[in-house]
Ligand binder design. Structure first.
Ligand code: C2E
Ligand code: MG
Ligand code: MG
Ligand code: MG
Length: 289
């Protein structure tokens, strides 16, 4: 059993790896066609202010409906797009589409767009952002770019140059998935973030007595407030987590408790239903993701 047949074991691993590689190659080929074939769309998830209990913005999330496989998760295809050099074109499409759709929403409502570290390393990014907001007619202050700590892996002077260029345009910057990556506090000192998004792994279980996550969230909030940054708790799923997150001092909540991501037209219809005002709390935006 345990000793098994060495060759058998390695043959098994080779077959598995080959199947994985072939599968990946096929996905990669299909991904190259996806933009031209119009297979992408964006869904939007509400971001709620804990103090006003109103929806103050939405995060755009990319969806790919593959012609035969159906929905493929961005967690699966974004890394492939990053490795094959497709993320630039896809990311630009996301920016332009999100800005154009968000320009239809009531004025103060913000739109958050995820930006890959590879896009962030491209000196053309500020020009692409400027062009996207100008063509959409969207005020720069309504656009928030979400980046992860991985942007700090690239050379220091070019990333600080990029931060300055983006802030110069007037867009907001959010540090996404905080706590899951390298989480050097030096990053917070250097980069002009407007917001820290606390990863959902800290929200998970925070409500349970004796759980350390609540203490971690409180510490992150204290740090963020000291630096003049807002905080969004990600992945809030349960009603009783709302009060806890508010009591821990987070300024914003995003999660299934307030709504799953939905299409832009549905968001617009909801605004219209409510006199063009931002959504009231408790109005569930239940849409298939
Ligand atoms: P993210 O930017 O951290 O986005 C939040 C993810 O958490 C989304 O997953 C969202 O659907 C999910 N989520 C929100 N509320 C809850 C909740 O209450 N419970 C749970 N379990 N999950 C919740 P999604 O849409 O599958 O996206 C996964 C990741 O893919 C994103 O994480 C982001 O890193 C990446 N991604 C998505 N769209 C884009 C894009 O346009 N560009 C880039 N570069 N990355 C993207
Ligand atoms: Mg994000
Ligand atoms: Mg996140
Ligand atoms: Mg994430």
């Amino acid at each position: 059993a345990a000793k098994a047949d060495g060759r058998g074991v390695s043959r098994f691993f080779r077959e598995e790896m080959l199947a994985g590689a072939q599968n990946r190659k096929r996905l990669e080929d299909d991904l190259r066609q996806a933009l031209a074939n119009d297979e992408f769309h964006l869904v939007y998830q509400p971001v709620v202010s804990t103090s006003s209990e109103r929806v103050v913005g939405y995060e755009a999330l990319l969806r790919w409906v593959h012609p035969t496989r159906g929905a493929v998760s961005p967690a699966d295809f974004i890394p492939i797009a990053e490795e094959c050099g497709m993320i630039e074109a896809i990311g630009e499409w996301v920016l332009r589409t999100a800005c154009a759709e968000a320009a239809q929403w009531p004025d103060p409502v913000r739109i958050a767009v995820n930006v890959s570290a590879i896009q962030f390393a491209n000196p053309a990014l500020p020009a692409i952002v400027t062009s996207a907001i100008a063509s959409a007619g969207l005020a720069a202050s309504r656009l928030e770019l979400e980046i992860t700590e991985s942007v700090f892996l690239t050379d220091d002077s070019s990333s600080s140059h990029m931060f300055r260029a983006l802030k110069g345009i007037g867009v907001r910057l959010a540090l996404d998935d905080f706590g899951t990556g390298y989480s050097s506090l030096g990053y917070l000192k250097k980069a002009p973030f407007d917001k820290i998004k606390i990863d959902q792994s800290f929200v998970r279980g925070a409500i349970q007595a004796g759980n350390r996550n609540a203490a971690i969230i409180r510490a992150i909030v204290t740090l963020a407030e000291t630096l003049g940054m807002e905080t969004t708790a990600e992945g809030v799923e349960q009603q009783d987590e709302i009060a806890l997150i508010r009591d821990l001092g987070c300024s914003h909540i995003q999660g299934f408790v307030y709504g799953r991501p939905g299409r832009a037209a549905e968001m617009l219809a909801l605004f219209r239903e409510q006199d063009g005002a931002a959504l009231a709390v408790g109005h569930r935006v239940s849409r298939a993701a």
